[in-house]
Design a protein around this ligand. Structure first.
Ligand code: AMP
Length: 219
């Protein structure tokens, strides 16, 4: 969990890769649907563009459907969910959680990071114009695709997203804190340092699923 621009996607991907977890990003699933003009995409497009949260029912169905694929033998790391108290209740009732990573970022840093964020229109790779710039300006290092700004990474949409975060998502952290699930990591240092701090606090410093779990140890 964490505010916009706190690095949820980046750190989730790094953990997923080393620990063989499935990375599930609700925002990415929704954006895929918008880009591919699906029925679901049409339902969420305007809401997402303005920065509001989409309905709990819809998001719960997306998560339920995604997790029902059961491709997560070693577990999953989910980013951008839950973002409301109702989503948190649904999640706690339906799945076993090991922990919650809270990436802490002061409000003053959020706008600077979000407005510098760019995304490859072809492969979805993330960049930011502060410390992760592409080699060729405006082009993706991986596939050469065009780098664009997310439709909701604008000052107006960001204001709405931050309001939604404070009103609806902060209470979720309190629920998880009461259950003592939460580790908090300052996300201002560079991403390697932050990733190391996450692993230290979770006590998972040695990567590799073989080292910690067997193939049969599904959840
Ligand atoms: P993200 O990529 O996580 O910043 O999410 C982008 C947008 O997708 C949000 O501003 C919401 O409109 C929508 N969204 C993503 N996750 C959720 C969620 N758990 N609940 C409601 N809306 C969500």
């Amino acid at each position: 969990m964490g505010m916009q621009g706190s690095g949820k996607g980046t750190h989730a991907k790094m953990l997923a890769e080393d620990f063989d977890l499935e990375h599930i990003a609700v925002g990415d699933i929704l954006r895929w649907n918008v880009q591919h003009h699906t029925k679901l995409g049409a339902q969420v497009r305007r809401t997402m563009a303005t920065g509001l949260l989409v309905s709990d029912d819809l998001v719960e169905n997306v998560v339920k459907q995604r997790l029902s694929e059961h491709d997560w033998n070693f577990g999953f790391i989910i980013d951008g969910f839950p973002r409301s108290e109702r989503q948190a209740e649904f999640f706690l009732e339906s799945y076993d959680l090991d922990g919650v990573i809270y990436l802490e970022l002061p409000d003053s840093e959020v706008a600077r990071r979000v407005l510098a964020r760019r995304l490859c229109a072809s492969c979805g790779m993330d960049y930011n114009l502060i410390d992760n710039t592409p080699t060729v300006e405006g082009r993706c290092d991986v596939c050469g695709g065009e780098l664009i700004r997310r439709e909701d990474d604008t000052p107006d949409a960001l204001e709405v997203r931050l309001r939604e975060y404070h009103e609806k998502t902060n209470p979720v952290l309190d629920i998880f804190r009461r259950k003592e699930y939460v580790i908090t990591v300052d996300t201002r240092p560079d991403k390697e340092q932050v990733q190391q701090a996450i692993r230290d606090k979770l006590g998972i410093s040695s990567p590799g699923p073989g080292a910690t779990r067997s193939q049969d140890d599904t959840r």
